[in-house]
Ligand binder design. Sequence first.
Ligand SMILES: Nc1nc2c(ncn2[C@@H]2O[C@H](COP(=O)(O)OP(=O)(O)OP(=O)(O)O)[C@@H](O)[C@H]2O)c(=O)[nH]1
Length: 393
Amino acid sequence: MNPNQEAGQATAGQNKRPPPPFPLTIVTGFLGAGKTSLLNRLLRDPALADTLVIINEFGEIGLDHLLVEKAVGDMLVMTSGCLCCSIRGDLITTLEDALRRRDNGRITPFQRVVIETTGLADPAPVLHTIMYHPYLMLRFRLDGVVTLVDAVNGMATLDAHEEAVKQAAVADRLVLAKTDLLDEAASLRLNDLRTRLASLNPGARLLDAAKGEATANSLLDAGLYDPTRKSPNVQGWLNAEAFPKDAAKSAHHHDRHHHEPHDVNRHDARIRAFCLRHDAPIPPAAFDLFLELLRNAHGPNLLRVKGIAALADDPSRPVVIHGVQHVFHPPARLAAWPDGDHGSRIVFILRDMEPAFVEGLWNAFVGLPAPDRPDGEALVASPLAPAKGGLLA
Ligand SMILES: Nc1nc2c(ncn2[C@@H]2O[C@H](COP(=O)(O)OP(=O)(O)OP(=O)(O)O)[C@@H](O)[C@H]2O)c(=O)[nH]1
């Protein structure tokens, strides 16, 4: 054991606080969309000087950077046995190994991790890996999902490949690549692609790489915890204002933008993005049960769920939730509201699920009365309700 390491351990032992988790960014996008090109450009930015890049595939790596790891191989099904909620065994091994070597001083002490997924990959298992693994979720925090969309082939790719639609739908940032290759006619059609992406995922900022918009500054620190800010960046992370407010109406959301002759593509038609809101504090048991019901009965359909909620037991300290399919990060209590808006807001990106159904469930649990529906108290007090084991337990 070297002296530095001992000193490091002594310090860690004295103040017992675990080191802050490293921000982790996932870069995804369909085959050839421009992921590696973007990374190559980004890695020249001093903001990414201490970044470990993990490439989630074999193949030629064009990164002129030393900190590159390759993760290849297996997927693990979680103990819940649910097929949609797999985690990546190879990624766990790679991340654990990187942490071990960093902690032992055997590699450059990275401060940030970027994972580039394969073009065909579903990003959910990568997200699950750092949301679910008991050790990795302490050492990493999700900083954001960046999805590349090829401006030349983007429309056709979204039409043909459901995976590409899903990659766009779960993003925190969408980056258009190759707009510099468009001729005049194609440039005019670019607005259709922009509109389509905004409809699939209203909360994600859309950046044009060729215009120099996809900078480290605009892509990093997209998560809840931006180290340069004192309080969590809830506004930036949730972007609730960008979502259609009326859940039931958002069922027709796509139709507003896609007039004849293009019908909404069948893949897009499966995705629904909307935001639910409630201004009075919510009983914790009702909130818990709402999420449990969604998770248990509709986990695979929850592509992404983010929210902030005022719970009646301590309305001054809001709870932040974040889920991808069945997998929810343990809810975090914030010390205070980040700004003047103290209402509960949850944004949903769902697949094959009607917003009106989720809204009805929400209204029942938060206590908004409606005919033919039991009120929230009756639902929570029901002998059929799970006694404990919810997210807030
Ligand atoms: N003109 C132009 N070409 C680009 C742009 N982005 C990527 N390319 C080119 O598109 C091709 C594919 O880009 P990559 O960065 O390798 O794409 P990728 O998503 O990493 O590809 P895979 O790893 O194979 O899925 C390469 O030939 C790039 O040079 C861009 O903004 N403008």
